[in-house]
Design a protein around this ligand. Structure first.
Ligand SMILES: *Cc1c(COP(=O)(O)O)cnc(C)c1O
Length: 383
């Protein structure tokens, strides 16, 4: 009897899953896999080249350089812009760790700037006051798929002769005033980690740039600093993109715009169902914002509530998964204790870390599942 009761009340809605997509694409994926195996060339070949051209043109940029991960895309961008020891780079404390880690890895110092409470992206109006003689670059992050304020960021960068490296890992296809993210900065960095909007079956990344010198430099850096085999001009890395991953990405790229449209449809549905409850005054959550300038690609659908912890437990008990991106702002991470920041330095980021909750979001999520998630959240607030 107990079992039966839990079965009736229990649903199983994942935060994210690739199973549905992989099942639908199984035949195409197997063909693509066999094609690469039969071809017998496994790194930096025709599939990578085709993907580089496609992503560069899709992002309204000029050159695409396939690399081993989104993290490497950031590292190599900083190196190609000649940023290293003694330099400072401005970024947001409310992002995935890789953004700031890349700054530290090249020997530079991350300098954090608090976020805008509406978009959770870097507050462009607070950047100027953090600029010093040592500042060399800004890394805006298009968090959760919502573009950062690129006009203001580009302006402040230009008037202070700073580089802009866009962390677009979560935002492929997003637009700011109609222009694709990744095409504003000196470079745009993308990740093909499996959970990203365009994901491989393992790690992968890409840098896009309009600057031919930066493109050449990143091409050198990703392959041991060698233009010709065994002739090493600079100290480089092994950061290549595999043919198999590129072939899978070329296949999935065909569906990216459709999947993005579906993500946007799901976000609209969440919004309108939530609005119904918000109108009655019984539900107090802040919904994700899409500013006038933005074409949001909803890598995440993230809400904000002071009862985040209890809400997440409640949903979990019903079989609905949700995720906290991100629980600890980067200025309070142990690894950054030496930077000398403390609690209270970036209040908007700190509140976000305590209150955000990302709900199930992937293109194959059904309308019924969205409705269940919203109903259960409404139940939680009505209890
Ligand atoms: C995923 C991600 C990265 C890193 O990409 P990887 O491919 O996992 O190395 C960097 N920045 C942000 C904001 C990300 O979400």
């Amino acid at each position: 009897m107990n079992d039966l009761l839990t079965q009736i009340n229990q649903v199983n809605i994942p935060s994210f899953t690739l199973c549905r997509q992989n099942n639908a694409l199984q035949k195409e994926l197997l063909e693509c896999f066999l094609h690469v195996v039969d071809g017998g060339i496994f790194v930096l070949y025709e599939n990578v080249k085709a993907l580089e051209d496609k992503i560069a043109s899709f992002c309204q940029s000029h050159y695409g350089i396939g690399v081993a991960s989104g993290s490497d895309a950031l590292d190599l961008s900083l190196l190609a812009c000649d940023i290293g020891s003694g330099d400072e780079v401005i970024t947001t404390p409310f992002t995935f760790f890789a953004t700031a880690a890349s700054i530290s890895r090249v020997g530079a110092k991350p300098v954090f700037v608090d976020i805008d409470p509406e978009t959770w992206n870097i507050d462009a109006n607070l950047i100027e006051e953090k600029i010093t003689q040592k500042t060399k670059a800004i890394i805006p992050v298009h968090l959760f798929g919502c573009p950062a304020e690129m006009d203001l960021i580009t302006q402040v960068a230009k008037s202070n002769k700073l580089r802009v490296i866009e962390d677009a890992a979560q935002a492929i296809g997003a637009k700011y005033h109609g222009q694709r993210v990744g095409s504003f900065g000196d470079t745009g960095c993308f990740s093909f980690f499996p959970t990203k909007n365009l994901g491989a079956f393992g790690d992968g990344g890409m840098v896009v740039t309009k600057n031919p010198q930066i493109a050449d430099q990143i091409k050198l850096l990703r392959i041991h600093g060698a233009k010709r085999k065994y002739c090493h001009d600079i100290l480089g890395y092994n950061s290549r993109l595999d043919e198999l991953q590129a072939a899978i990405l070329n296949l999935k790229f065909k569906y990216t715009e459709l999947w993005t449209q579906r993500r946007r449809e799901i976000a609209l549905l969440y919004n309108s169902l939530f609005q119904e409850h918000i109108k009655t005054g019984r539900l107090s959550v802040k919904l994700p914002q899409e500013p006038d300038y933005a074409y949001h690609v909803y890598h995440q659908y993230t809400i904000q509530t002071s009862e985040r912890h209890q809400l997440q437990d409640y949903l979990r008990s019903l079989g609905i998964a949700s995720t906290v991106y991100y629980p600890i702002p980067l200025h309070l991470q142990k690894v950054y204790s030496s930077l000398g920041y403390s609690q209270g330095d970036f209040p908007v980021s700190e509140i976000a870390c305590n209150e955000v909750l990302s709900l199930p979001m992937f293109p194959e999520l059904t309308d019924e599942e969205v409705a269940i998630v919203v109903d259960k959240i409404a139940d939680f607030f009505a209890r």
